[in-house]
Design a protein around this ligand. Sequence first.
Ligand SMILES: C[S@@+](CC[C@H](N)C(=O)[O-])C[C@H]1O[C@@H](n2cnc3c(N)ncnc32)[C@H](O)[C@@H]1O
Length: 375
Amino acid sequence: MRKQCAIEKKCGGCQFINKGYEASLEYKNKKMKKLFEEFHVNVHPIEGAKNPYGYRNKTIVAFDHQYHYGLYEESSHRVVPYDTCLLHDEKTDQILKKISQLFRKYRVSIYDPRKSRGDIRHVLIRRAVKTNQTLVTLVSNNKVFNGSKNFCKEMTKAFPDIKSIVLNVNQRKTSIVLGDYEKVLYGKGFIIDELCGLTFKISSKSFYQINHDQCEALYDKTLSLLKNPQKVLDTYCGIGTIGMIASKKAKEVIGVERNRDAIKDANDNKASNHINNIKFICDDATEFMKKQASMKASYDTIIMDPPRTGSTKEFIQAVKILNPKQIVYVSCGPDTQVRDLKEFKKIGYTFTDVYPFDMFPFTEHVETVVRLDKK
Ligand SMILES: C[S@@+](CC[C@H](N)C(=O)[O-])C[C@H]1O[C@@H](n2cnc3c(N)ncnc32)[C@H](O)[C@@H]1O
């Protein structure tokens, strides 16, 4: 059933929310065909979501001084308040309403970005949709959160699925949301979700795909594209999701990721899923690739899933030396993927198919996966 968003224009988060889901898929299909046109490959129709609403398992909001929550208006510090968002998991907005009530009740100090004063800068909610567990992260300018015991007690009484509440301290004067220092106020500091038959521990600073069901479809495709993988290098591995799923099919997997918290989660995930043929390394992906190339290490398969900015020329030059038979490239930024694919072409890799996934329904974004083979 088609739903209408009342704050579409002010919020600006989803370009297609009031235009209809089919229209958005049509637009994305055309966009992908055009983007990959120069390669003369088969661009498959985008894999749409069964339910395009309520898919976001991660939400970050700011509060104004009247304790309304919302997103910052583009290029301003004005919060655009909202009641419910059509893309959020339903529980998320109920939790945010309760947080707003408690902030008001306890007169919690709200950060003012213009004056760099006050405490609470953002609230991040993460939902593990399969296990119904919630992680609440309060991002503050202050290492102390007065009244945290009462706050946690009231929150967890109202929402028993809140398994952890974390205070993340961010005293930087930038728009980066999370700081480095964290203090667990309640629970263990993480939640557990299930994905593709495995369990994953997720903490506030680790990357985890925001659309659970579309992510399973994307990972199934990724796995099916791997032809007889033996020694696999999973680069930009996050908490180890793709590598651990691929480990079922491979002899050995090495995952590399630069976020220390994600690597800690990955190692815990490896242990809790009893996977013995995977190892995780905390390093910059390009630096790691350069070291592997200089050691003449041997991998027959490379998986890469970089951030929206894509990979680097040096990474691709290191691939040339490592000479794997196949590369599976997952991307949340098809523009930068195209840029990187041109470099892969120069070093002798070809591809025939592009598989787009609608990981972020109603927004402009598309996720794509491609398998490259050595000519
Ligand atoms: C799109 S996410 C993919 C994570 C994982 N493959 C997944 O599907 O959950 C990109 C990951 O790359 C990591 N990352 C970003 N830049 C990196 C770099 N230069 N070297 C290594 N990892 C990096 C991020 O921390 C993030 O975990």
